[in-house]
Ligand binder design. Structure first.
Ligand code: 8Y4
Length: 268
């Protein structure tokens, strides 16, 4: 899953498309589409389009602003590329608009917790990724403590899967994600990574996002643009634990890791 962020964040993770003013909008759309096309060529089967910055301390984005950011790109990708479009949002209005314009997966870091989110997705054919997050982006890294992060994440995802099934989702439309970095210390993230295989007991595909995150940067002491090898090392372990979808800024290198893992899995 290749990441395309359409957010005006000033400090970039290397994959942000700057929105400077209304006159530069077309340029941004063209650049974003070009990047999506490159990711598909490199082997991406999903493109995750996000318009709300979810990094720690990020500002809240108005719904219409989010729609204006993501919908034109979703329309362009849907028209031009053969790829499954994922929309990274927690807002039911954005989910509905995105699905009506070609998105087939809702990637919700808030696991459909917002009012109306379950209904917005349920009445469509779209799939949903349920992610674990403790708190909200603004405060999630403040005073973090878990009795057992693995048990808490497993319990939360298990409850959300059961809830979605009760509400009428077929199991085949659900995915889960431990939410690396979302309200977790570096140590918590590695406890989760080490025990990732546990989450496959939920009997739905496991998606993980490790790409360039601070849990990688803090171990190797490198800035975001120098975290590829570290991210691949973590990804290799996640694949060995049964992760089925890898959310990444670096599709080509991640596909190499996936292909090598597949060769190892299928060896006799
Ligand atoms: C550098 C690189 C600094 C990345 C920060 C970040 C996940 C996700 C995000 C994830 C799913 C991020 C939307 C955070 N992470 N969705 N979204 N799983 N499903 N930060 O792990 O990439 S955004």
């Amino acid at each position: 899953m290749g990441i395309i962020n359409v957010t005006p964040d000033s400090f970039s993770d290397g994959c942000e498309l700057q929105i400077v003013g209304a006159n530069t909008f077309q340029v941004d759309l063209d650049r974003a589409l070009y990047r999506a096309e490159a990711m598909v060529r490199e082997g991406a089967t999903f493109i995750d389009v996000g318009g709300e910055s979810t990094r720690p301390g990020a500002a809240v984005v108005a719904v219409q602003e989010e729609i204006d950011r993501v919908i034109p790109l979703i329309q362009a990708i849907h028209k031009q590329l053969d790829v499954c479009i994922s929309v990274d949002t927690s807002s039911p209005q954005v989910m509905t608009e995105a699905i009506n314009n070609g998105a087939e997966l809702v990637n919700d870091i808030r696991a459909l917790s917002r009012q109306g989110a379950v209904e917005a997705v349920l009445q469509t054919k779209a799939a949903v990724c349920l992610m674990h997050m403790r708190g909200e982006p603004l405060t999630m890294q403040d005073s973090i403590s878990y009795k057992s992060v693995v048990e808490e994440v497993f319990g939360f995802l298990s409850t959300r899967v059961e809830f979605c099934l009760e509400r009428g989702f077929e199991r085949g439309r659900l995915l889960v994600d431990p939410g690396f970095g979302f309200g977790k210390s570096v140590q918590h993230n590695y406890q989760l990574l080490k025990n990732l295989a546990r989450l496959t007991e939920l009997q739905v595909p496991l998606l993980v996002g490790l790409s360039r995150k601070s849990m990688i940067g803090e171990i190797i002491n490198r800035p975001v643009d120098q975290r590829l090898a570290g991210s691949i090392a973590a990804t290799t372990h996640a694949l060995a634990c049964g992760a089925k979808i890898i959310r990444t800024h670096d599709v080509a290198a991640t596909m190499d890791a996936i292909r090598v893992n597949s060769a190892y899995i299928s060896a006799e």
